[in-house]
Design a protein around this ligand. Structure first.
Ligand SMILES: *[C@@H]1O[C@H](CO)[C@@H](O)[C@H](O)[C@H]1NC(C)=O
Ligand SMILES: *[C@@H]1O[C@H](CO)[C@@H](O)[C@H](O)[C@H]1NC(C)=O
Ligand SMILES: *[C@@H]1O[C@H](CO)[C@@H](O)[C@H](O)[C@H]1NC(C)=O
Ligand SMILES: *[C@@H]1O[C@H](CO)[C@@H](O)[C@H](O)[C@H]1NC(C)=O
Ligand SMILES: *[C@@H]1O[C@H](CO)[C@@H](O)[C@H](O)[C@H]1NC(C)=O
Length: 354
């Protein structure tokens, strides 16, 4: 009985096709197909019965069970084996203080990624690979707290740190306050901080600050009329003429940016635009003709009287003077001169109150 044997030989340039005719007794074994991580010596493609092959593991893999040797049997088949190769394992990595490590496995070719917590810098390698000999390619890196040098000092200035500093490095997050020698004033942000990038926030300057002569306010006066520049922190007081009322801050101050703080303003008084009626003012019920002069001040409250016609009773309604304007409530009815003269006891302010 004859058997057809087909062999494929491949090389980069030649593709050959052989047909070998052999007899039953001359059975051959073909180079066995093995798992990817098992290695075979040589390039021999077919083997005669009795020939042996020694299996080994590729770099990074460890042999498990056996036998390692397979023999080509007369049937043209290899003897069986349970030989397998498993990847080598690297030791479990040590934890990283002030940082994290990320890995999925610790076998050959696994990687570890190292990161540091916010405010720490990594020194060493940020990745490690499990090598063929079961060791990590790099040792565990370190997470070192970010620090800055001493804060830069502007001319005529100094910094006062929030905590005592030793040596000439300062930990991330430490803050300080800049001060300038008078008459210089801190221009910029007086607070400074060692940032997570290891440098200081912007250093302010020390400047001489003056404010221009202040302007008067309408219907008011100032504590000084000197047409001169004023120094940082100098103040000016304001007042209002006559019945005008000052609204805002009584005094302004020359600020570190060379501008005055916000000026106050003078608010106008109001006249109460009704006749022949009574009002309630400062807790007293008075006829409007007795309010002399007819003037209430800004923000003051006045009540006028309205009639509840259905219930035949009177009631007071409040209104407020706002910078010269006093709105008379809509329910108020202006009494006629006749009513006022002859029947004043029937006005809403005089009858029973609701
Ligand atoms: C490690 O970092 C690399 C590159 O950023 C990424 O591709 C990989 O998935 C990371 N591995 C792990 C285990 O986090
Ligand atoms: C493991 O292999 C690496 C790289 O080939 C080598 O540097 C290291 O010394 C080896 N470690 C041991 C314990 O053999
Ligand atoms: C601090 O360093 C960071 C990063 O290098 C940079 O972006 C930033 O502008 C620096 N800040 C100052 C105030 O120099
Ligand atoms: C000072 O006041 C002027 C006018 O009100 C304003 O334009 C300017 O921005 C102010 N300067 C500062 C530093 O606030
Ligand atoms: C005054 O009141 C009386 C009684 O309510 C009424 O009869 C009279 O007409 C009123 N006079 C005027 C001028 O309104």
């Amino acid at each position: 009985m004859e058997r057809m044997l087909t062999l494929f030989l491949l090389s980069p340039f030649v593709f050959c096709f052989f047909t070998i005719v052999t007899s039953q007794q001359d059975n051959v074994c073909f180079r066995p197909e093995l798992a990817a991580n098992i290695e075979l010596d040589g390039l021999q493609r077919y083997f005669s019965p009795g020939e042996e092959l020694v299996l080994s593991c590729k770099q990074g893999y460890t042999p498990v069970s056996g036998p390692r040797k397979i023999v080509c049997a007369a049937s043209g088949k290899w003897t069986t084996t349970k030989f397998i190769c498993i990847p080598k394992r690297c030791p479990y990595p040590d934890p990283l203080s002030n940082g994290e490590l990320y890995y999925e496995d610790t076998v050959f070719q696994s990687t570890i990624n190292y990161t540091c917590d916010y405010g720490y810098t990594l020194t060493g390698d940020s990745t490690a690979v499990c090598l063929a000999n079961g060791t990590w390619s790099t040792s565990v890196p370190e997470c070192i707290p970010v620090s800055c040098g001493l804060a830069p000092i502007p001319q005529f200035g100094m910094i006062i740190y929030d905590k005592t500093i030793r040596g000439n490095t300062i930990a991330y997050g430490v803050r300080g306050t800049y001060k300038c020698l008078p008459p210089y004033v801190v221009f910029g942000n007086a607070r400074a901080e060692c940032t997570v990038s290891g440098n200081w926030t912007k250093t302010p300057e020390c400047r001489v600050v003056t404010c221009p002569p202040p302007e008067n306010i309408d219907k008011g006066y100032m504590s000084s009329n000197d047409q001169k520049d004023y120094d940082y922190m100098e103040t000016i007081k304001y007042g209002c003429n006559g019945d005008y009322v000052l609204e805002g801050s009584l005094q302004i101050v020359c600020q570190h940016n060379g501008n005055w703080s916000e000026k106050p303003s003078c608010k106008a008084p109001c006249s109460v635009g009704i006749q022949n009626a009574r009002i309630l003012y400062k807790g007293q019920k008075i006829w409007i003709k007795d309010l002399l002069p007819n003037r209430v001040l800004h923000k003051e409250i006045v009540s006028v009287y309205c009639m509840d016609k259905a219930r035949k009773c009177g009631y007071a309604v409040q209104t407020q003077c706002i910078d010269g304007k006093l709105k008379i409530p809509e329910c108020f009815e202006q009494p006629s001169v006749l009513d006022y003269n002859l029947n004043s006891s029937l006005l809403p302010s005089e009858i029973k109150q609701c």
